[in-house]
Design a protein around this ligand. Structure first.
Ligand SMILES: [Zn+2]
Length: 326
């Protein structure tokens, strides 16, 4: 059974309990707190509107955005600016996102969201379950996989393709504008700024591609796969990587082929996932080090205190360095 299958009776009972709690919470929120501006207008007419206009700028209601993963949360904050309050659920590079299970607190943060952004393609099935359980609200959903035309079974690490990130940012700007039409121009402006900020990353990709396209690399997990494809690298041992990602035992023949690649120096570098290193991946990492093949650690989740742009560029720099070694 893959890591995605999840399930078992205990966890489905737990899900039912969580979902019930979420729905109750959603209903109570909807009953008790209409948006302040609207209720004032309704109760006090024009005077109420005037009072709203006199509020200091910083007090204006922010659009509440919940991101399943923090790289989407980062982009939402970059596009939303001070007009959005963003909460990211997966934000620690110390845990394996493929093994994440939603808790009651996840459901609570979701219940207040006007916009939800998530990956899809079976990367965050817990989010899809919770969204299905709480339909009928005016919540807006942005799903990276749907925007990119990817489905379960495809490489789910979509944020490693900056072109997909652009589409996510665009969809977020549209959702933010629908939720808060008064700030439409600001969202459009910040979307432009985001697009421009990706230009150095695109240039870096083109530069590395020119120097290293066609070189063979391997990885213990497919996290960097879409970026490797953008760089024109020849990625090897993909079936092994999928097994590791799904928490299943790689086939003996796949492991043997991987080892042979390292022992015969058929690959120029080994990429590994700093966040998910099971015993099979660890063994190959050690073998690569023993063979003096450069190893490059990458993460699934965006490290704290950085940006999507800086995170991606930093990893590209490390890989470029590794591929440039004699
Ligand atoms: Zn992964």
């Amino acid at each position: 059974m893959g890591a995605y299958a999840g399930g078992g009776e205990a966890s489905s009972r737990e899900e039912v309990r969580q979902v019930r709690g979420l729905v109750q919470h959603l209903l109570s929120v909807l009953r008790s707190t209409p948006t302040p501006a609207l209720s004032r207008q309704r109760k006090k007419g024009k005077i109420g509107v005037a009072m709203v206009l006199l509020l200091p700028l910083s007090a204006h209601a922010q659009v509440s955005v919940v991101a399943a993963e923090n790289f989407y949360g980062d982009v939402a904050q970059q596009v939303g600016g001070p007009d959005a309050a963003v909460t990211s659920i997966l934000s620690s590079p110390d845990q394996d996102p493929h093994l994440f299970e939603a808790s009651a607190s996840t459901a609570r943060s979701l219940s207040a969201a006007r916009i939800v952004v998530f990956n899809g393609a079976d990367y965050d099935p817990w989010m899809v379950k919770m969204l299905r359980a709480a339909k009928g609200t005016d919540r807006l959903e942005v799903e990276a996989a749907a925007l990119a035309g990817r489905k379960p079974g495809d490489n789910p690490h979509l944020w490693y393709d900056p072109a997909i990130m652009r589409r996510v940012a665009q969809a977020l700007a549209e959702a933010l504008s629908a939720a808060d039409p008064a700030h439409k121009a600001a969202f459009a402006q910040r979307l432009d700024a985001f697009d421009i900020s990706l230009k150095p990353l695109d240039d870096r990709i083109a530069e590395i591609r020119q120097r290293h396209a066609g070189q063979a690399v391997t990885a213990t997990e497919p996290v960097f796969g879409l970026m490797a494809a953008a760089l024109g690298l020849a990625m090897r041992n993909e079936r092994f990587q999928l097994a590791v990602m799904n928490g299943t035992e790689p086939r003996a023949s796949d492991t043997a082929a991987f080892e042979a690649d390292l022992k015969t120096h058929r690959v120029r570098a080994l990429l590994y996932n700093l966040q998910a290193t099971g015993p099979a991946a660890k063994r190959l990492l050690r073998l690569a080090q023993l063979q003096h093949i450069p190893t490059v650690g990458v993460t699934e989740t965006e490290p704290a205190g950085t940006t999507y742009q800086a995170w991606m560029t930093g990893q590209l720099d490390t890989l470029d360095h590794a591929l440039s070694l004699p």
